[in-house]
Design a protein around this ligand. Sequence first.
Ligand SMILES: Cc1ncc(COP(=O)(O)O)c(C=O)c1O
Length: 356
Amino acid sequence: MASSNLYPTEELRRTDARHYLHPFTDFKALAAEGSRIMVRGEGVWIEDSDGKRYLDGMAGLWCTNIGHGRQEIADAVHEQMKELAFYNSFFKTTNAPAIRLAEKLSKLAPNNMSRVFFCGSGSEANDTILRMVRYYWSLRDKPSKDIVISRVNGYHGSTMAGASLGGMKPMHSQGGMPIPGIVHIPQPYWFGEGGDLSPDEFGLLAARELEKKIDELGENRVAAFIAEPIQGAGGVIIPPKTYWPEINRICAERDILLIADEVICGFGRTGKWFGSHYYDIKPDLMPIAKGLTSGYLPMGGVMISDRVAEVVVGIGEEFYHGYTYSGHPTCAAAALANLEIIEREGLVDRVANSCG
Ligand SMILES: Cc1ncc(COP(=O)(O)O)c(C=O)c1O
């Protein structure tokens, strides 16, 4: 990566401070210290406007799975933009890259997920999911099943539904969250909260918190359980190996939809295509984003199992839901090129082999 120092850093910082309201940023610290202005990326490296290089251990924001600066993605986006930069997917319309991408994802996903609903981000995916699970149960004549159980310290995005599904108290304290119909159970955090129990004992106990909550609320009130295979934003909380098999069992026995939030874990991060493969999770719905395009363009989606699709698509008439950028052709072209690179370079296996 050629280093350069041609950026007017101080002037950019002053303008940034005046006009750009940053996400997830302590405004006082920002005012005192000024911002880092990133200008360039190549492979695992990024560079700021002072010419300082950093090893990008955060991979963008847990998303740049193929590394920075890949020409192939730029070429795919360029070609698609010349052909058809954008058109909507509402009202019986679609586009070739979104179709190809949906087919490709259905081949990669676990547990008979042959359909995908596209959106712009992980938060939008989880907003979609909250609506879809309630729609699903109302189509099955069980509209009282409208509560989603989630976990303390889980992270599912920053919209009202996403932040409510998430279990971050500081987020809840701003803006009246969680919204009604979302309740939280403890996280499977053996390292911090396991006490004298073995990891296996603690994993079972943490999973059975779900069963306890279903009993408390009544099975006829519970629509779904949502969790990340490995909890990311709460501190990278890796569940004991007994946790997910027990969650699978409880959701199947109690007729509760299981949602595996793969926004971070998806696309190779665990050495499998999805965290659900790694833990043998049987999800009914799966939000995806981040590694779907490696962050080169914003895109998210909800993978939908045949069990759910048979109801939502099979019985339902119109799901009054969609985003202007659902199935965005240029983002889909970036995603296809990204998946092609992950496959061709064997990145999923390389992750598995480098992690042992
Ligand atoms: C597990 C998980 N779900 C959802 C989201 C929200 O995704 P986005 O920031 O694209 O809205 C994130 C973001 O970090 C996440 O880690």
